[in-house]
Write a protein that binds this ligand. Sequence first.
Ligand code: PAF
Length: 283
Amino acid sequence: MEVYSEKNQLKAFLKSFKAKGFSVGLVPTMGALHEGHLALVKKALENNERVVVSIFVNPTQFDNKEDLLKYPRTLESDVELLKTVSKDKICVYAPTVEDVYEGNAVSKNFEFDGLEFEMEGKFRNGHFNGVGTIVKRLFEIVKPHDAYFGEKDFQQLQIIKKLVEKHNISVNVIGCKIHRETNGLAMSSRNTRLKPEYAKAAPFIYKTLKSANEKFGTKSANKVSEWVEKQFAKHDLLELEYFIIADAKTLKPIKRKSKKKAYRAFIAVYADDIRLIDNIALN
Ligand code: PAF
């Protein structure tokens, strides 16, 4: 499996495939790969002859230095894991900051029609400008036909769709369902950093989301939110940062329920110093 740290090498490699009319899929990641990432890669392989997996811990999307420093970096085992999916159809782009940003590792300012001001946008300063900057850059380098993103970061997925629409980028953005541990916890590279007692407690997040979904059938969004807040107030280990029921399209918090609209519940929780997010489609 080819692993490129330089974009020019990657581009040269892809050129020969593209010349043959092969379609190339892109799975952008920050590494510490797990089954959730592999599901994206498998989906990308169903639709494309070649798949580029980018592995890059993007500094411009972190507003917290500590979080950036502690982010797991496991390139060797990531490559081994990818080889279990395919040895010859996947290549890895694992660049340095210099290779991607060319001496200018700062975010550009984007306008995502307000999507960027909700939820994660409120709690992670500059995060979506950083995501927009790196994803646009990766699209420019790889020029993929399709790009695959997990629904765990549902807001990110909507923002990337908006980025593509606003900048007329020729790529199909494909969202993939959340991959969960058997205990329900949404798979995340951060899960490996959970201390045992927190790892044991964390499935409570999805359990509460599922109950919230049931309650939303008969109760107002406010009542459901109050109930969720109470559950976390009673919890010894997990600290709720936000629980929000929002319009699945605009991501604006719900005002009044309408049968015609799709809603989603979003949650961010601290398990010790590890921040976990999750979401669920509401019926
Ligand atoms: O979801 C992620 O892992 C990152 O935000 C992404 C899309 C790879 C950009 O750095």
